[in-house]
Write a protein that binds this ligand. Structure first.
Ligand code: ADP
Ligand code: GN1
Ligand code: MG
Length: 360
């Protein structure tokens, strides 16, 4: 492993000679390595996916700007800036990332005293992640949004994602459309009702905030001793967006009773205890600044993010798996199915979700 990345490693100003490089984490987009030096210091070295993020310089300007801003806010609040946000390592030339024949790479300190989870061990973990994501948004509430580059245009524009699905069906690049007809029908049946949030945003009825936009449970690191959510990571999609989508994407991933790629759909359901734990954490973390309109639309945000993600997995399946990392040929279709099962669950449990939100 390490032989393949020698030149990349040499480009960064690490403290000590790097002795080990091993694959790390379970993200669907970037390639992540954990580096260990002779002294035992550890770093994350990441190859940015330039199919997904076509302008790595702009991407790194965003994440650098956001982490520097967060560090100031964290210090003001008496926190530890190196623990509570990412710390990037510049290249020996003082650049934000390395760009060479091996691709576009960035590095940051590895937080060895924190853990990332792919599923909550209990509602407490999920509450903690909600609080961390809510707080993240609050810390960024006066970030100069106009300085942020739009790293992926229309990222959470669900009607636009439906159009992309239609284009994928039309093209049928991988010859898979016939085998996914039930899933295609499921998605398109909801096309006319998925525009509500974008409409309200355009009317000014929902505020644009600086949001994370990829709030999976494994994008927040927890303290294994206290159980607290400490550090929000994976800042590639920090852009102006909807708070209800940050809420919704967390619910989509973490309030499911099964993994995102569970094949047995009878195991996939929406766990309302987890939904409640997250709701409480997120609203606390946001310090209750959400408007009544935003609060009322939290369950809709969960439904929409789940539908949208299913649509994205399905479109990628039809396109021949060009966007998300997959481990086997039907992986994206399996993922789309779990999302659509959850969408159905959310439609059935709409009233219960509303009642929970109203409690806080
Ligand atoms: P992706 O976009 O592929 O999801 P991430 O930035 O989320 O990439 O990194 C992938 C995984 O690597 C994370 O889910 C997490 O487990 C781990 N990771 C990333 N950064 C750190 C860090 N600073 N400390 C500890 N683990 C990390
Ligand atoms: C990707 O990078 P990762 O694995 O945290 C994706 C999200 C999806 C998620 C589905 C930049 O997140 O939008 O919701 O997979 N990130 C990007 O698991 O597309
Ligand atoms: Mg990630």
């Amino acid at each position: 492993m390490i032989e393949n990345v020698r030149t990349v490693i040499a480009a960064f100003a690490f403290d000590g000679a790097v002795e080990k490089a091993e694959p790390f984490g379970s993200g669907h987009i970037n390639d992540t390595l954990l580096l260990t030096t002779a002294k035992g210091t550890q770093y994350i070295l990441q190859k940015m996916n330039t199919y997904v993020f076509t302008r790595p310089q702009e991407l790194m300007e965003n994440v650098f700007g956001v982490t520097e801003f967060l560090k100031k806010r964290i210090v003001e609040q008496g926190g530890d800036p190196n623990r509570e946000t990412l710390t990037f390592i510049q290249t020996r030339d003082g650049a934000l990332y390395y760009n060479g024949p091996e691709g576009a790479w960035r590095a940051y300190r590895f937080q060895s005293d924190l853990i990332g989870l792919n599923a909550p061990r209990s509602p407490r973990d999920f509450y903690a992640s909600g609080k961390a994501y809510g707080r993240f948004q609050m810390l960024l509430s006066d970030y100069p949004a106009e300085t942020l580059h739009e790293t992926i245009p229309h990222f959470h524009d669900t009607p636009e994602r439906m159009k992309q699905l239609r284009a994928a069906i039309e093209k049928d690049a991988a010859g898979r459309a016939a085998s996914a007809q039930a899933e295609i029908d499921f998605a398109l049946a909801r096309e006319s009702s998925c525009g509500i949030v974008m409409e309200l945003q355009n009317q000014g009825a929902l505020p644009l905030r600086v949001t994370h936009n990829d709030t999976k449970l494994n994008n927040v690191l927890l303290d294994p001793r206290t159980g607290e959510g400490v550090c929000v990571i994976d800042l590639d999609t920090v852009m102006p967006g909807q708070a209800i989508f940050d809420f919704g994407d967390s619910i989509r991933y973490g309030a499911s009773t099964a993994a995102e790629d569970e094949k047995d759909l009878s195991r996939v359901a929406l766990d309302l205890d987890l939904f409640e734990a997250y709701t409480r954490g997120f609203l606390e973390g946001c310090n209750n600044v959400l408007t009544p309109a935003e609060k009322g639309l939290l369950p809709t945000g969960a439904w929409m993010m789940t539908l949208e993600c299913g649509v994205r997995f399905l479109a990628d399946y039809l396109n021949g798996d060009v966007y998300f990392k997959t481990a086997y040929p039907d992986h994206n279709l399996v993922r789309a199915r779990t999302q659509f099962k959850l969408v159905r669950e959310m439609e059935e449990k709409q009233d219960q979700m509303q009642a929970i939100v109203a409690k806080y």
